[in-house]
Design a protein around this ligand. Structure first.
Ligand code: HAM
Length: 431
């Protein structure tokens, strides 16, 4: 019979992978807590219109990448391709934006029907950060500082770089768009196929084109920077000053535009050259009009999302991973002979006294030698050995697996005290 496999572009994460994910998620959560952000969770499925109305009808995501289907009631629903729209919907629905500011984050799977390749999947994961009710450039700077802080924590600041741009007000963008279409229409024959199509649907995305010829053509065309309205210009200048003062490195990329329609003013991306074609690790910007567009009161907002698969790939190849990450336990309890009952009792008592301790108990019998082999393989720092003699005397042998220290024999009542340092090491890792 043909075996059933996972859906293309949707990955299983095996224990060796989840160890890295958990470490990375812990780093991300610690950074977010350090900046005073709170977690919000919302469903992975929403009414299709939410994404159409926010991301934009003529975007790649809405036109060709959404997992959309009818539920049993005939309603059109969509697996979320991103989190910003859902976050706005949830905040509005629960009155979180009324006369207050919010600094929020979420983490979880997103779904896009893209062509899978390294760093690009159909189910992928993002940590998203969204702030509401703050209109000055100080919050834009805070977010960029948060991203920078996180990359430094993960030891990745040497291989990512921040690009920023201002998309200006709606009116400014409309004026630029008109000038761009006029210019490019006069040179339409020189455009690549994708850009020809975009000229009549979403011309700003042509700025993003990977074709060198199109990029060369754009050199002679109008620049978005020249169309910026006064207040967007001021906002952007102040943002760059704040980044300079905070020591966050960046470069201004006047051709940086985003693939989602809701942005205005600040737009940014952290890019890397270490992941082949998938260069964006983290991206976002301001979306001051989205809340009103979805039926709420006008509310300034800015945020970004990090692609966690891309972050994991970078951390694996370029970052700092703590030692012993693949260890599933700190202590391995070997039970040699007819001592299962005593071993279970000792394990229960240790777990109660040291809730942070990761203690694995050997099951399935076997010789002393084979149990010690398993202990070593588990990554544990210490093996506790309970044989029939030890059990009869209320003792246990302590063997250090990663240190050159002699084996000890201890009263079972004294083991918890000895293991406190191992447990506090485990606690440090978890933080
Ligand atoms: P986005 O640029 O579509 O923005 O996605 C953000 C990040 O998610 C990308 O930079 C990339 O790292 C990751 N990503 C996107 N698609 C895939 C994929 N198919 N496979 C793996 N990783 C992927 C947004 O989603 C906005 N909601 C960000 C935002 C939040 N803007 C304001 N607030």
């Amino acid at each position: 019979m043909k075996k059933i496999q996972a859906i293309r572009g949707m990955n299983d994460l095996l224990p060796a992978d989840t160890a890295i994910w958990q470490y990375m998620e812990a780093c991300v959560k610690r950074a977010l807590a350090g900046f005073g952000y709170s977690e919000i969770r919302f469903p992975i499925m929403e009414q299709t219109d939410l994404f159409k109305r926010s991301i934009g009808e003529v975007t790649d995501i809405v036109e060709k990448e959404m997992y959309t289907f009818e539920d049993r009631n005939g309603e059109s629903v969509t697996l979320r391709p991103e989190g910003t729209a859902s976050c706005v919907r949830a905040c509005e629905e629960h009155g979180l934006l009324y006369n207050q500011t919010q600094r929020l984050w979420y983490m979880g799977p997103m779904f896009r029907y893209e062509r899978p390749q390294k760093g690009r999947y159909r189910q992928f994961h993002q940590v998203g950060i969204e702030t509401f009710g703050l209109e000055g450039p100080d919050i834009d700077a805070e977010l960029l500082l948060l991203g920078y802080h996180l990359f430094r924590q993960l030891g990745l600041d040497h291989c990512v770089s921040l690009q920023i741009n201002s998309l200006g007000s709606d009116a400014a963008r409309a004026a630029f768009r008109e000038a761009l279409v006029k210019y490019l229409s006069a040179h339409e024959a020189q455009l690549d196929e994708d850009s020809k199509r975009r000229l009549h649907t979403n011309p700003l995305r042509i700025l993003d084109s990977k074709s060198p010829d199109t990029q060369a053509l754009l050199d002679g065309g109008p620049s978005l920077a020249d169309y910026l309205d006064e207040s967007s210009h001021e906002h952007f200048t102040r943002l760059t000053q704040l980044l300079d003062a905070a020591g966050v490195p960046y470069s201004v990329n006047p051709r940086l535009v985003r693939g989602l329609d809701y942005y205005s003013r600040t737009a940014f991306e952290w890019v890397t050259d270490r992941l082949g074609a998938q260069s964006a690790v983290c991206a976002g910007g301001r979306y001051d009009n989205l809340v009103a567009q979805l039926g709420g009161r006008p509310t300034p907002a800015v945020g970004f999302a990090i692609g966690l698969e891309r972050l994991v790939l970078l951390v694996q190849s370029e970052g700092r991973l703590p030692e012993g990450l693949d260890a599933s336990v700190d202590v391995y309890l070997a039970a040699v002979g007819d001592v299962q009952a005593e071993a279970l009792k000792l394990a229960a008592s240790l777990r109660e006294q040291l809730p942070q301790l990761r203690l694995g108990m050997h099951c399935g019998g076997g010789s002393f030698k084979s149990q010690l082999k398993k202990a070593d393989k588990s990554g544990a720092q210490v093996a506790l050995i309970l044989g029939e003699d030890e059990a009869a005397e209320g003792k246990v042998a302590v063997k250090y697996l990663r240190e050159d220290r002699p084996q000890q024999s201890l009263n079972q009542n004294d083991v918890a005290q000895l293991l406190t340092s191992v447990a506090s090491g485990a606690q440090q890792e978890a933080k």
